[in-house]
Design a protein around this ligand. Structure first.
Ligand SMILES: *Cc1c(COP(=O)(O)O)cnc(C)c1O
Length: 344
């Protein structure tokens, strides 16, 4: 089979990832179990896990059993956030250190039937109304099963004034008080920034590890930088337009570079007015509309030329704010055409 080099790169900063991990763990003062669902938030889960393990992570949370199997690491302590149903029994048998985070009474019954006595975790809903049993159902679950950690999840911790967060904390404190002898975990990345009342026995950070800003007070280092290559550079005379819809007009004689990255790679069309590409220190604004596999930048006055690699200034919080999108989407949609290249 012939092969060709990838024409896009995702530069991944391993030192920044490790630093972000230690920052969240030290802020919480308890073990931090990274959430690495959706292929490690799009970064490539195996390498993310390897690096976070080296930084001290004791366990990892994925969404599903196929994600757990794909890690190919039966030695790892894993949490499966979507829980357990009978068809996952062979996966669970192959991963002796994995624990489902059981969300419903049916899941609890299925686990007790398939793996009597084997440890599992429990998700309790404290007001998000997404996943989990009610606090009133916890006592029966704890009596029926070998429960390791009892979890809940915060709905609004990214908003430092949202009243639901303190209501969820109070509800979870009551659950914890009623279940001494178990471990308890509530905080995602944002929750860690609410202070150590939210720490309990462990925390489950995700976004903040990967360079997002989960909370206005958060200061994570950037981990992810997409890089793309110039396919063609052209002279566009003043008055002519660039790209689909002819939405961009050259107001001077311009040098336009067409770059091999587009919305199919996870660059939303809406970021066009807010995104810059960098040629070294030189910032190049996007010119016109983002196509499926291409975009254009205004490289007037630069020496940018065919084959040059340009870096996208992928500031997750800034871009998400600018277009009303989520930082999570700006990470996990970075597509399969990238070579994922780690440094540090
Ligand atoms: C994804 C997830 C996390 C991590 O959340 P971030 O906001 O990315 O820090 C923690 N806990 C649960 C249950 C999750 O689903």
């Amino acid at each position: 089979m012939a092969s060709a080099p990838a024409s896009l790169r995702l530069r991944l900063d391993g030192a920044a990832l490790a630093d972000n991990y230690r920052r969240h763990r030290d802020m919480a003062g308890v073990p931090a179990i990274p959430a690495v669902k959706a292929d490690g938030y799009g970064l490539g889960v195996r390498e993310v896990v390897r690096r976070l393990e080296a930084a001290g992570a004791p366990a990892f949370a994925v969404a599903t059993w196929p994600e757990a199997l794909a890690l190919d690491r039966p030695d790892l302590e894993l949490l499966i956030l979507h829980g357990f149903t009978a068809p996952a029994a062979s996966a669970a048998a192959a991963l002796p250190r994995a624990r489902p985070v059981l969300n419903t009474t049916a899941q609890i019954a299925a686990w007790a039937g398939a793996f009597p006595g084997r440890a599992a975790d429990l998700m309790v809903d404290t007001g998000m109304n997404r996943l989990g049993i009610a606090p009133s159902e916890v006592a029966a679950a704890v009596a029926a099963l070998s429960i390791h950690t009892i979890h809940s999840h915060l709905a609004c911790a990214d908003d430092p004034t949202h009243p639901l967060t303190l209501r969820q904390l109070a509800a979870f404190q009551a659950v914890a008080a009623a279940t001494p002898g178990h471990a308890h975990a509530l905080a995602n990345s944002a929750g860690i920034h609410w202070g150590r009342d939210f720490s309990f026995s462990a925390v489950r950070p995700g976004l903040g590890l990967f360079g997002g800003r989960p909370h206005p007070a958060a200061q994570s280092l950037r981990v992810v930088t997409p890089e793309a290559q110039v396919i063609q550079v052209r002279h566009v005379p003043a008055g002519e337009t660039v790209g689909y819809g002819a939405t961009w007009t050259a107001h001077r004689d311009s040098r336009i570079a067409t770059v091999n990255i587009g919305y199919a790679d996870g660059i939303p069309r809406a970021v066009a007015p807010h995104l810059h590409l960098q040629a070294g220190p030189t910032r190049l604004p996007v010119a016109g509309i983002i196509s499926m596999d291409m975009l254009a930048v205004d490289a007037t006055g630069t020496t940018v030329t065919e084959g040059d690699w340009l870096q996208l200034d992928w500031d997750l919080a800034h871009l998400a704010d600018a277009i009303g999108a989520s930082q999570f989407e700006l990470l996990v949609r970075l597509g399969p055409r990238f070579d994922r290249v780690w440094s540090g």
